[in-house]
Design a protein around this ligand. Structure first.
Ligand SMILES: Cc1cc2nc3c(=O)[nH]c(=O)nc-3n(C[C@H](O)[C@H](O)[C@H](O)COP(=O)(O)OP(=O)(O)OC[C@H]3O[C@@H](n4cnc5c(N)ncnc54)[C@H](O)[C@@H]3O)c2cc1C
Length: 494
């Protein structure tokens, strides 16, 4: 793909005729798939709104249980926040979610079933810390070698894990001192609980990539809950597991790209997936639910809504959602995040003994990863630009932003980084059906005030989507778990 601001994959090929099943021309993948036009069934047992990973998993489970299901997906593709991107040479990278790691058992089990393999993120060699004051320093492990942050970092990690251990993953609003923690932003807590401000600069690398916002934008309660969810039923969540690479959330990636998961589920669901079908209205009566989409109207006994939280506000609800639910959705904005990849003929940094992983304490790039495909046929460096860094550079002309990004890469791994053979950006704030990324965060005060409505069904309407998960919320694993949970809720009623 030529240099551009927004990458898009042509997922479906061929002309749609009367709801015919089309062939997906996915990345390295050909499959029978969804309909893009034509009539929809008049009624089904369950309608799933949203064909991201969560909605598709919900549909898959309901079909397995013998129910008739229709997935209504607004875009002309499935996958939502998962999106493969094919480089000029044919290698595949991800523009959306990519990394998986231990305790993300549900997405890993799904991948195994769908025969999508994982490979380890490259971590051999030194990481690099690029500091405004110290210059470029090599290091191993997880904490950058900045004397100004070392004392704070060790204590912070222990305190965060200890505080997170007291936050129930299914009811953070009931944690000890919940109201105070929810009224305190992470930034103000850090100001009160760290000795030297430098640690806040370094932590931006994590907040901007993980939430698409800075520490000012989220409450301590929401953050601690998020850390508590970075685990499973037998492994309590920790900051290290959420933020680390090897043996943590960034441990591995999927061979062929994470998009293979939704593509393969959709392929098996076939014409049960209707694309180009944004849902506009959901009307409930005592006998059922009527779902109005651009492709037509379908009656269902139950509905699962699996869209990013703010997107549910765009649906015309009858009856209206309960007031606390409406407030929750209004207090869950999507983050701002752009994924940027620079492609090189080979991963030259590996030959220099560098892992390709870097943390920056200044500038628009705060975190960088080696993002080579499994066969490392080409070298790829990845930057997340989120939160205040996104605000600083997203509106710049592409050429200026590219210069800033490549200069940062060059500081970390050498001047070869200045001349990529390809440069790819994907800014999720441009996406009508996502409106930001990577996740919706609950704003300060709102977890305690409205959080308990997060999974509460609205009559015959149930909620999926990664943000409703009790483990790995915001991640692919959370999306799978939420889809499974919502399907189980609905199956009980069908
Ligand atoms: C840049 C980026 C990096 C990420 N990195 C990682 C990572 O490394 N590891 C990880 O685990 N996760 C990562 N994530 C998060 C991960 O991608 C998501 O958690 C997951 O894909 C969410 O799935 P979902 O089904 O809940 O939501 P979505 O993928 O958002 O799916 C929702 C679907 O609903 C559709 N929709 C919206 N409104 C309507 C409507 N009115 N009618 C019909 N359809 C509608 C949308 O088009 C979309 O297809 C990242 C995300 C991004 C964007």
């Amino acid at each position: 793909m030529a240099e551009h601001g927004l990458s898009r994959r042509g997922l479906l090929s061929g002309a749609a005729a009367g709801g015919a099943i089309l062939a997906i021309g996915g990345i390295g993948e050909t499959a029978e798939a969804a309909t893009t036009s034509g009539s929809l069934p008049a009624s089904v047992d369950a309608v799933v709104v949203g064909g991201g990973l969560s909605g598709l998993v919900a549909a898959r489970n309901l079909v397995k249980a013998g129910n008739s299901v229709l997935v209504l997906e607004a875009r002309n593709r499935v996958g939502g926040r998962l999106l493969n991107h094919t480089l000029k040479g044919g290698s595949v990278i991800e523009s959306g979610g990519a990394f998986v790691g231990p305790t993300q058992n549900h997405v890993l089990a799904l991948a195994k079933e769908l025969k999508v393999k994982t490979f380890k993120e490259y971590v051999t060699g030194d990481n690099v810390y690029v500091s405004k004051t110290l210059g470029t320093l090599k290091y191993t492990g997880t904490v950058p070698p900045d004397p100004l942050i070392l004392a704070d970092a060790a204590i912070l990690q222990l305190r965060i894990d200890d505080m997170a251990s007291k936050v129930p993953v299914d009811a953070p609003w009931s944690a000890p001192d919940a109201a105070n923690l929810d009224a305190t932003t992470v930034d103000s807590w850090l100001r009160q609980n760290t000795l030297i401000p430098q640690v806040r600069e370094v932590l931006k690398a994590f907040f901007q990539a993980a939430f698409g916002t800075d520490a000012e934008g989220i409450s301590m309660l929401f953050f601690l809950w998020y850390m508590a969810t970075a685990g499973d039923e037998t492994h309590p969540g920790t900051f290290e597991r959420a933020s680390g690479t090897a043996d943590a959330a960034q441990d591995s990636r999927f061979v062929g790209g994470s998009d293979l998961l939704p593509l393969r589920i959709a392929s098996a669901l076939g014409s049960r997936v209707a694309l180009n079908a944004p849902v506009r209205k959901i009307k409930q009566t005592s006998t059922g639910v009527t779902v109005v989409s651009d492709r037509g109207t379908v009656k269902a006994r139950r509905v699962i809504v699996a869209v990013p939280p703010p997107l549910a506000l765009g649906i015309d609800w009858s009856p209206l959602l309960p007031p606390r639910r409406l407030q929750l959705l209004q207090h869950m904005p999507m983050g701002t995040l752009m994924k940027v990849d620079a492609v090189y003929a080979k991963p030259f940094w590996r030959a220099k003994g560098l892992s390709g992983s870097a943390t920056f304490d200044d500038g628009v790039v705060r975190t960088m990863f080696d993002n080579c495909p499994a066969d490392a046929k080409v070298g790829v460096l990845l930057a997340f630009i989120g939160g205040s860094s996104w605000q600083r550079c997203a509106m710049l002309p592409l050429a200026e932003r590219r210069k800033l990004v490549l200069a940062a890469f060059a500081k970390a791994v050498g001047p070869e980084a200045l001349n990529p053979i390809e440069y790819v950006e994907h800014d999720w704030t441009h996406e009508r059906w996502t409106m930001g990324s990577p996740v919706a965060s609950v704003q300060p005060g709102a977890t305690v005030a409205y959080g308990s409505t997060i999974r509460q069904p609205h009559g015959r309407v149930h909620w999926a989507g990664t943000e409703t998960s009790t483990y790995w919320a915001g991640y692919m694993d959370g999306a799978v778990r939420a889809g499974e949970r919502a399907a189980a809720e609905v199956a009980k009623h069908l």
